[in-house]
Design a protein around this ligand. Sequence first.
Ligand SMILES: Nc1ncnc2c1ncn2[C@@H]1O[C@H](COP(=O)(O)OP(=O)(O)O)[C@@H](O)[C@H]1O
Ligand SMILES: [Mg+2]
Length: 332
Amino acid sequence: MNPPVCPFDVAIVGDCCLDLVLYGLPDILPPERELQAESMAMRIGGSATISAHNLSCLGNAVGFVFASADDSFGQFCRTRLNAAKVDTTRAVDRRGGATGVTVILQHAHLRHMFTHAGVIASLTLEDIDLDYVCRARHFHMASYYLQRGLTPDIPELLRRIKGRGLTISMDPNDDPDNTWDRTALDALQYVDVFMPNENEACRITGEDNLENAIRFLVQRVPLLVIKRGAQGASAFKSADSWHVPAYPVRVVDAIGAGDSFDAGFLHGYLRDWTVERCLEFGNLTGAWSTTASGGTDAFFERESQEKLWQAWSLRGTGSSLRKKHGSRSGIH
Ligand SMILES: Nc1ncnc2c1ncn2[C@@H]1O[C@H](COP(=O)(O)OP(=O)(O)O)[C@@H](O)[C@H]1O
Ligand SMILES: [Mg+2]
């Protein structure tokens, strides 16, 4: 029998928005003042969009389902995704609506983010062509909570996709309502790789303590990956755990670091790399995204792609890697 034809390495369903980034504003924002930003950048954003764009720039065939409107922001997002060779033929066009927008105030040590989800919240299960999605080997779900129209049906979507034999990863991202609906835990039974950051792991499980959150999650997913900002990332599989420190870089902004980490980790996962090698590459791609404005710039140009692969081939072996076996905690 011929092997199944998979025109896509990865299918992604998730959020697409415009990121408007303002740099150099004060941390404290007094009202009724004309506060001046030092510079600004307009980029494509949304966790799923950044992962889709960067996975494609790393050399993977990506099909991406999202909702955008026929406004200039929506056109901007589609143009940029297509320039990166992401397939957007099944994206949903919400005529007359508003494409999502996030305004990010990037301060020296913290950021403010303001999102108008617009048509992001309008995507429903009926909008997703399962035959299209299942032309991929792997399915990635991003921004569980932001897509309100889809959120209650995500466990069912994942059940159907799992039934068609794809492997599945999920990045929950933040819950803007801060309610952390526990249907996300139902969805985990279909997930092969779960990729929250430290805060999301705690919130989704209702635990204050990260070790307890990990103990809870590792029983529910085959592979748990915790993103830990400038500390790097850890992974947990049954009784085994790994930690890889962050790749040192000069940070411009941390927008899309987690989504770029997801892209790098999944690039390795799709190629059956070891867990520590996936972590190491995820740390490189996560760090790489912080070196340019927004979440995608560091991956788009051929020159920056070549530098990324060069950095990967020059990486230190052994010394930058710490593997820990036989421990559930693995928190360093
Ligand atoms: N300051 C940093 N220096 C180097 N790498 C970073 C830095 N911040 C983030 N990263 C990389 O990006 C990954 C994701 O960042 P994190 O902030 O944990 O996720 P999220 O963006 O989802 O909140 C980290 O695990 C790390 O690999
Ligand atoms: Mg994230």
